[in-house]
Each structure stands twice: as C-alpha cells, then as structure tokens.
Design a protein around this ligand. Structure first.
Ligand SMILES: Cc1cc2nc3c(=O)[nH]c(=O)nc-3n(C[C@H](O)[C@H](O)[C@H](O)COP(=O)(O)OP(=O)(O)OC[C@H]3O[C@@H](n4cnc5c(N)ncnc54)[C@H](O)[C@@H]3O)c2cc1C
Length: 470
C-alpha cells in the first residue's frame, strides 16, 4: 500500500525539531507515522538546522532549576503565557533534554552563562555569518531522522502540505503538492509543525508590520505560514501574532550575508540609545534586543532606526561576550559611522542636529540624575546598564529588525491540541513548535526559548495522540 492509500496513525507536517520530536515519540509509542517535509534535500533548511542550540527556559537551566523557578521565569518574561502552556514547558523542559539524549542527541555545557548549560553538540563556531553544517541543530536533525527510520517511521521530503479536510469522522485528509503533482494523505491525527509564518510577507503584513520588505530574515525563512492558514481554514483560533523573536542587526545585513544571524547589535542597543528618523527615541532599549527589534519593525519607516553610542560603549559593552559587535561587525564588513561631535554625527546619518543633541542631552541628564524611569519612552535596565553618551568620537550604526520566528500563532492547549475560537479542541488536530502561540510575546516581547517550546509541544502532541500519560 502506498503512503497515499494507507490511513496512518499520525501525519506530522514539518521536519524541524518540533516535528522530529513529535514523530519520533509517536513511533516510539507504536504509532504509524508519516512526516511531510517541504524541503527536498537531505539537509533541508529550517530554523532547527540553523539554531544556536541552547536549550533553556527564559535563559535558565531547565535541569538544575525547579519547575516552580522556571514557571516564575516564564511568567515574568512573557506576562501573557497561558498557564497550561507555561506549566507544560516548566515541567517538561528537563524531560525533553533527557528524552533527546536517550535518542542519541548530544549536549554539553558551552559556557558559564546559565542558558548555555545544555547546548546541542557540536557547538557553533565563534564566527560571524551562518554556520550550521555539522553543528548541533544539523546533527540533531540527522540523528532524529535516522532513529525515526530505524523505528519504521517515514520522512517524505519534497512534499508541501497545503490544506486540511477535517470533515471525515475517522481521519483528517492532508492535501499536498509534490513538485507539480497533487497528493492526498490521511491520518487519524495531524500535527502541524511548520515553524511559523516569518517567511510569508503577506502574513507579516497582516499581523506584524506594513512593510515586510524592511524586515530582515534572520533564519531559514522556511516557515511560510501554511500551518497557520491551514489551521484557521478549519476553524482554529490564533493568539499573539503581532510579536516575533529576533534581534537588532546592522542594516548592512540586507547586502552582506556575514552580518546575520550573528553578530547582533543588541549589546550596543542595551547600553546606548536607538532613534528614528526624527532623532527621537521610540522604545525602551533596556527591555532588550528582541523588544527593540519588534519596535523597529513597527516604525512607519523601519529602516530609519539608528543606534547612537560613544567610544566608551564601543570599547566596553560592544566589545564583550561571544560574537561581540566590536570587532566582529567591522571584520564582517559592517559599517560604523563616526564623528567628533553629535552635530556632525547627525549630519552623517541625516537626522536633524538639534533634535539629536537634545535627545542625547536628555538621556545623559537622566543617566546622571538616575531618572531614566521618567524619560519618555521610559528607560529601564533589564538587559545591561545604560551608559551616558559623552566620550568622542561618537558613533552610529544603522539598524534593521531581524526576524527569526514568529512568537504567536495557532492556539493550543497544554496537550498541543489545536483550539477553535470557543477554546475547544478541534478533533484530531495538533500543533507544535514555532507555529503555535500563547506562550511567548506579551507587553515587552518575552522570549522563553524556541527549542524548548518546540520540544515540549512536540512531545506532548505525540503523547496525547498515543494516549500516553507521563
Ligand atoms: C540563527 C538561529 C539561532 C537560534 N538559536 C537558538 C537557541 O540557541 N536556542 C533556542 O531555544 N532557539 C534558538 N533558535 C530558534 C530555534 O532554532 C527554533 O525556535 C526551532 O528550531 C523551531 O523549530 P520548529 O520545528 O518549530 O521549526 P523549523 O525548524 O523551522 O521546522 C519547520 C519545518 O517545517 C517545514 N515546513 C514548512 N511548511 C511546510 C509545509 N507546508 N509542508 C511541509 N513542511 C513544511 C520547513 O521546511 C521546516 O523544515 C535559533 C534560530 C536561529 C535561526
């Protein structure tokens, strides 16, 4: 019988980490499983292959921290996390790591920072630009792919799922294209794991910002929102679709592939100020690079954003940490604009000089008087300490928002069941990974962790389908 003739227990749409966790767990629990992956190559691209590989929960160690500590971290970051999703991640993050290790996926501690306690092996090299071949995400996907096949699961590459038919009482039909040929597959349950809608300009325009062309893809861009569209066509609700996970990049990244996904400009943003084309601040830089990137995307002219800083920031925070902008941004060919005075810097970047001087003076005065909380927009110091901009030469880097994945998406419950507008599960339909919403986002863009979210929702989808209770 061909895959099209059979009714399998489960079809998983997407072969990223969420899909590979779900499918492997399904076959492990005795379920016949077919993965449909749109990428045709053996090393099909996806965010899981590009990943930095740090499995964390809000930058906390999922193993040494208690579930209560992790829950508190998720809630303080996201502030909108649906309780059952937050609890799922807080409780199951360590189980995901243990389970992945049982399947042969390798981890090691990659540094002293807490979020680096569990990083997929081998680590990414300390170099700018893309570096995925033979690194942790790539190896993890290949390992999970081999285990899947060895257990009788099927990974069908080059097949793009496009529509669902949920009208039959006994199965869900998945309409797909393989090249220019129409395909139809049937399963008693379907897990959507297509990675999000970051690669779909129309959905970006609809949900996030009016100018998707001003948003830099900081990932594989393979998530084209098919999952979100398919799910909503059969009645699924969506949640939190305005927020995305990403970072502030040099605007030069549009022309220079060495400037993404690393180095990011966030360390400079955290210490200095970010202005728009009128030389005014428009965001609390202290909330971190993810939040600033979202706010850049929401500007009327997203490519007008510039970070302003002085030489003390350039030699201090900009030069610290892995893949620091100083010197990596320059070595990679990115531009930094310099001037002896703020007025001259204004002329170089093309903003009104008086306005730039006023913005910097207000900020410096607030730094000195410790009244940053009274600035408009307020300036906190959640990420790094804000520093005054005093020491010539003064510098600027033109910014763009880099999108890695969309944080909102298909509404699910704690068992990864897709929910309709009334909050009720749609029979036989599940979603996992970065196509789901309800965990991350919130008022300041709280990021919890893409790999953990994918692993936990993938595991839970599989276990719910198989009727397994942990
Ligand atoms: C540079 C970079 C660094 C990162 N670093 C970290 C990190 O250190 N820690 C962390 O937690 N997260 C990190 N992330 C994020 C993390 O990698 C992702 O959140 C995670 O890999 C998403 O997994 P996923 O399975 O949901 O999506 P993906 O890995 O994108 O997989 C989705 C798959 O679905 C396929 N697909 C899409 N549409 C269809 C369709 N219609 N039919 C069939 N197949 C389809 C795609 O081709 C793709 O293979 C990073 C991401 C990037 C890009």
């Amino acid at each position: 019988m061909t895959h099209e003739e059979a009714i399998v227990d489960a079809i998983v749409i997407g072969g990223g980490i969420a899909g590979m966790v779900a499918s492997n767990r399904l076959v492990q629990l005795g379920k016949t499983t077919l993965v449909l992956e749109q990428g045709a190559e053996a090393e099909y691209l996806c965010n899981s292959r590009f990943t930095g590989g740090a499995v964390h929960v809000g930058f906390r160690d999922p193993v040494s921290r208690t579930p209560d500590e992790l829950l508190a971290e998720i809630n303080s970051r996201s502030r909108i996390a649906k309780p059952e999703l937050a609890e799922a991640v807080a409780h199951d993050a360590r189980r995901v790591i243990a389970w992945l290790r049982e399947q042969g996926v390798r981890f090691a501690k990659a540094g002293a920072e807490e979020y680096k306690a569990w990083v997929l092996m081998p680590f990414r090299s300390n170099s700018y630009g893309l570096d995925w071949r033979g690194r942790g995400g790539d190896v993890a996907l290949r390992t999970l792919g081999q285990v899947l096949l060895s257990r009788g699961g099927v990974l069908q590459r080059g097949v793009r799922a496009l529509a669902l038919d949920i009208t039959h009482p006994d199965y869900v039909a998945v309409e797909a294209m393989e090249g220019d040929r129409k395909r139809q597959y049937r399963a008693r349950a379907v897990v959507i794991a297509d990675g999000g809608f970051q690669g779909n300009p129309d959905l970006i325009r609809k949900f996030i910002m009016p100018k998707p062309e001003a948003l830099m893809q900081r990932g594989a861009g393979t998530g084209r929102g098919d999952g979100l569209r398919m799910a909503t066509e059969v009645g699924a609700a969506t949640v939190g679709t305005k927020r995305f996970y990403g970072h502030c990049l040099s605007k030069d990244a549009f022309e220079n592939n060495k400037l993404w996904p690393f180095p990011v400009v966030d360390p400079i943003v955290h210490a200095g100020i970010v202005i728009d084309g009128s030389a005014k601040r428009f965001v609390d830089e202290g909330e971190g690079g993810v939040w600033v990137a979202n706010n850049i995307a929401w500007l009327a002219d997203p490519l007008s954003a510039v970070v302003i800083f002085d030489d003390a920031i350039w030699r201090g925070p900009a030069a610290k940490g892995v893949m620091a902008p100083n010197p990596n941004m320059i070595s990679a060919g990115g531009h930094i604009l310099d001037a002896a005075t703020l007025s001259e810097l204004a002329a170089v970047i093309g903003v009104p000089a008086a306005a730039l001087v006023r913005t910097v003076e207000e900020y410096n005065a607030a730094c000195a008087a410790q009244t940053l909380a009274r600035l408009n927009p307020v300036r906190t110091s959640v990420s790094d300490k804000p520093m005054p901009i005093l020491k010539a030469p003064f510098h600027a880097v033109r910014l763009c928002a880099g999108i890695t994945f969309t944080m909102g998406g298909v509404a699910i419950d704690g068992q990864s069941r897709v929910l309709n507008e009334q909050g009720k599960p749609i029979p036989r339909l599940f979603a996992a990974g970065c196509c789901t919403g309800g965990l991350e986002g919130g008022p300041t863009g709280g990021y919890v962790g893409g790999l953990t979210k994918s692993g936990v929702t993938g595991l839970r989808a599989a276990e719910c389908i198989a009727g397994y209770t942990a």
